[in-house]
Write a protein that binds this ligand. Structure first.
Ligand code: TYM
Length: 325
């Protein structure tokens, strides 16, 4: 069975973009693939995190996976720092990654601008750790949003480079990016992607947002000129809102356009707010019903399974490069 690996950083509240761009696709993949879903806590450290908040966020991301339908009977769910081989392989891959290629990473450039006071080495080599996550498990497919494509491409390059230097070792992974929802845009600015670190909370709908707040965010979302509810390049804001509606309600965009034809933006936003609120209520009910102890048990079991795979791979890597005497 093909191997799938993906993860989310426990930096803040997971938002609708993370769900529609990535996690929603995991749910389908887990039925016919060998899936591993990770809470990538070591990645989160590249930006300063308050320890007690990080601890809570790690648990919340795992709970979010479960509440959205990631099934621990089908998929391995674990926390990155519980399997030390990630950091070990990252170091080895650091020695074949070029500083020039890391300087070209758009996420690094953006984050370096945002955190001028803390452009640390971890932030710079972040994509190498991500490559280690992926390559450690002989991953075939990496379901992510559009913004992570460049990082998966680096993982491919590093796999090929390592294989060329030391012989066939790593599977060369493919990014799996859906046509719809791969780049959910900010509600307050449809020219930029929805982001956890946006300056205004009106940019995103967090999965744990109070439903009244979420409703307000939809009603305040930026729209395009005109009044027709239609997707298209000339209507980036409406295209984004229609995409969110379509994916959450599981209905084609054309059908939604037809329903709101001649009714204007206000009516459409009310309809979208209802779809979003229904989704959030369902999610939050499930989320709140999962006990911390239950998640910890699942994460412990997941780490044990992941560790077994990781130890085998790192052993092979060490042999190939001459570290095991
Ligand atoms: P992170 O935590 O920023 O985001 C998690 C996932 O959500 C997707 N995403 C979006 N999709 C659509 N529209 C958006 N506005 C949007 N914002 C975020 C991301 O593409 C991602 O799939 N580096 C990764 C985490 C990571 C990882 C990995 C992923 C670390 N190691 C190995 C895959 C495999 C990140 O920061 O994602």
């Amino acid at each position: 069975m093909p191997r799938i690996f993906s993860g989310v950083q426990p930096t803040n509240n997971i938002h609708v973009g993370n769900y529609l761009g990535a996690i929603r696709n995991w749910l389908e993949l887990q039925t016919s693939n060998d899936c591993i879903f990770c809470v990538v806590d070591l990645h989160a450290l590249t930006v300063y995190q308050k320890p007690e908040i990080l601890r809570q966020n790690i648990l919340n991301v795992a709970k979010t996976y479960l509440a959205l339908g990631v099934d621990p009977k089908k998929s391995i769910i674990f926390v990155q720092s519980d399997v030390k081989e990630h950091a070990e392989l990252a170091w080895i891959l650091n020695t074949i990654a070029k500083t020039g290629e890391l300087e070209r990473m758009t996420q690094f450039k953006d984050k370096a601008k945002q955190h001028k006071e803390n452009i640390n080495l971890g932030l710079f080599s972040y994509p190498v750790l991500m490559a280690a996550d992926i390559l450690l498990y002989d991953t075939d497919g990496v379901p992510v949003g559009e913004d992570q494509k460049q990082h998966v491409e680096l993982a491919r390059d590093l796999a090929l480079r390592f294989n060329h230097l030391y012989g066939e070792t790593f599977v060369v992974p493919q990014p799996l990016i859906n046509r719809n929802g791969a780049r959910v845009m900010g509600l307050d600015d449809p020219s930029k992607k929805m982001s956890k670190s946006a300056a205004s909370s009106f940019n995103y709908i967090a999965l744990l947002d109070d439903v009244k707040v979420a409703e307000k965010k939809i009603m305040r979302a930026v729209t395009d000129s005109g009044s027709e509810v239609k997707a298209g390049i000339e209507k980036p804001a409406l295209t984004n809102l229609l995409t969110i509606y379509s994916l959450l309600a599981d209905r084609p965009i054309k059908e939604i356009e037809a329903e709101y034809s001649g009714r204007g933006y206000g009516d459409f936003k009310k309809g979208l707010a209802k779809v979003v609120v229904d989704f959030l209520v369902d999610f939050q009910t499930k989320f709140n019903n999962i006990a911390d102890a239950e998640v910890k048990k699942i994460l412990d079991a997941g780490a044990a399974q992941a560790r077994k795979l990781a130890i085998g791979k790192i052993q092979e890597v060490k042999e190939k490069i001459g570290l095991l005497i």
